[in-house]
Ligand binder design. Structure first.
Ligand code: HEC
Ligand code: HEC
Length: 432
């Protein structure tokens, strides 16, 4: 027996309702429901929330359903969201028209690269996500799939719309290609797999769209909760249509504008000669006038053990030294200094964070020089690694890239560092 699930995508422009029915593979395990953001119903310390405001909660749920559809099986593509091909990549069937006159047709034929054969090639972003990603990233993209509890780092919660490995300015949304790269190549050194052997480029495109869809939905939810938290529960106009539209448009615009903001350095990479590597080392050690703090986080030997973070053994004890659900007890048992340090250094999703050991040549966001250029220039969103452009110019960043890439092959680079030069006396005559 074939179970049928529905996808709805509304193409805003023509006011056309598009639905998809199908997904007849064996993974169709019944209805899947979005999970509310915790802040919708719970009192969260220091965070906007709608606890105790049932009318506003209902408005948020209704607005989300209107914009994005009721469930993952009924996708609506909100007007103005800017998905390529109007979001036809998200599902595998669409509905044209509504009510009695609704007509369902397969999307397969409409996609480019649509070879007639392997049906799953046009499964649509949601079906691909359900098969490959959901067990880690969760139905709503909250990073809370059944596998997630056991992983460090945790799978990304897409609902904040914050992505680490981007080519766009610090704090901006990722470019599509950034997401494509992370999914195709995986994030080395984490449990995020590389999917290039499992999915065709067209399938990766479909799932990228679905990640963006879940992000936009989650960001809209969060923004509505924030707006609701400063609104009066009894105000009939609170979270009205205009406000919802303005909030959703704000979310879409950030995604759209990032697509033209890739930061391409105008200075070509400096040749990786000894001089450049040593200039990079001086920058790393904070021995230049810019007084960089790389070593404070990554450590004097770049082993990921700088004094700004708790020592590695303490970190390992807390994160890996027992049941993940009792982690807080292990934090509470730390002495005060360590506890304070621990509490200062979560990532933006509230998870434990560790600076990278730079001696291994293993970089989550890729080890091409340009990948490292982007990491150092713009920092890593959500992970406390700061942006260094424009504090540093592009040539200095290339020196740092050369230094970081050299470390793996030359472990003595830092171990053999000569002591810092003794402070010089100010020249006579200088009074400042
Ligand atoms: C085994 C668990 C697992 C599976 C399966 C998985 N991921 Fe991930 N994913 C992760 C982890 C862990 C991270 C975060 C790593 C980190 O924060 O350093 C991540 C991060 C990401 C990111 C964020 C990259 C960034 O720049 O911040 C994206 C996008 C992503 N995954 C998409 C997907 C998609 C799409 C799929 C399915 C095709 C998928 N993931 C399957 C574990 C998984
Ligand atoms: C305030 C702390 C801090 C400072 C300062 C800092 N970093 Fe980082 N850096 C981090 C953290 C934390 C990570 C790990 C992020 C993650 O795994 O998600 C990281 C990751 C990295 C990575 C790995 C990127 C990848 O793809 O895995 C590189 C390379 C790096 N930092 C280089 C530097 C350099 C060079 C400097 C100085 C110019 C520097 N960092 C300054 C905290 C810092």
């Amino acid at each position: 027996m074939i179970t049928r699930s529905r996808f709805i995508a509304a193409l805003g422009l023509a006011g056309l309702l598009v639905t998809s029915v199908g997904c007849t593979d064996s993974l169709n395990a019944g209805p899947l429901v979005y999970v509310d953001n915790e802040a919708l119903t719970h009192e969260l310390k220091g965070k906007a929330n709608l606890a105790g405001k049932p009318a506003l909660q209902a408005k948020v749920r209704a607005a989300l359903a209107r914009l994005y559809g009721d469930s993952p099986n009924q996708i609506r593509v909100p007007e103005g969201s800017g998905f390529p091909r109007g979001g036809l990549t998200l599902a595998n069937h669409r509905q044209i028209g509504e009510g009695e006159s609704a007509r369902i047709e397969p999307i397969q034929a409409l996609l480019p690269n649509g070879s007639p054969d392997p049906a799953h090639r046009q499964a649509g972003g949601f079906a691909l996500y359900r098969r490959n990603c959901l067990h880690c990233h969760g139905v709503s993209g909250a990073g809370d799939g059944p596998t997630a509890t056991f992983l460090f780092p945790r799978p990304r919660d897409f609902r904040k719309g914050v992505y680490k490995f981007t080519s766009t300015p610090s704090g901006a949304k990722p470019h599509r290609d950034d997401l494509t790269r992370s999914i195709r190549d995986g994030l080395l050194g984490t449990s995020m797999p590389a999917f290039d052997a499992l999915m065709s480029p067209s399938e990766i495109e479909q799932v990228v769209d679905y990640v963006m869809f879940l992000s936009m939905r989650g960001e809209t939810e969060l923004a509505l909760i924030e707006e609701g938290s400063i609104s009066d529960e009894k105000d009939a106009d609170a979270l009205g249509d205009d406000i919802v539209k303005e909030i959703a448009t704000g979310v879409f615009e950030k995604w759209k504008s990032a697509q033209s903001q890739v930061m391409n350095p105008s200075t070509p990479r400096t040749a990786s000669d000894r001089a450049s590597v040593l200039r990079g080392r001086d920058l790393y050690l904070g021995r230049t006038k810019e007084k960089l703090e790389c070593a404070g986080c990554h450590g004097a030997l770049a082993k990921g053990d700088g004094p700004s973070f708790v020592p590695v053994d303490v970190f390992n004890m807390v994160v890996f030294g027992g049941d993940p659900s009792t982690r807080q007890e292990r934090v509470d048992a730390l002495d005060e200094k360590l506890r304070t340090l621990w509490n200062q250094k979560p990532d933006d999703w509230g998870n434990p964070l560790r600076p990278t050991n730079l001696n291994r040549g293993v970089f989550k966001g890729g080890r091409r020089p340009i990948d490292l250029f982007w990491r150092i220039a713009k920092g890593i969103n959500g992970a406390q690694m700061p942006a260094h452009y424009p504090t540093l110019n592009e040539a200095q960043i290339w020196d740092l890239v050369n230094f970081v890439l050299a470390l793996e092959h030359d472990p003595d680079l830092l171990a053999s560092v000569p002591p810092a030069p003794a402070p010089r006396l100010a020249e006579s005559g200088s009074t400042r």
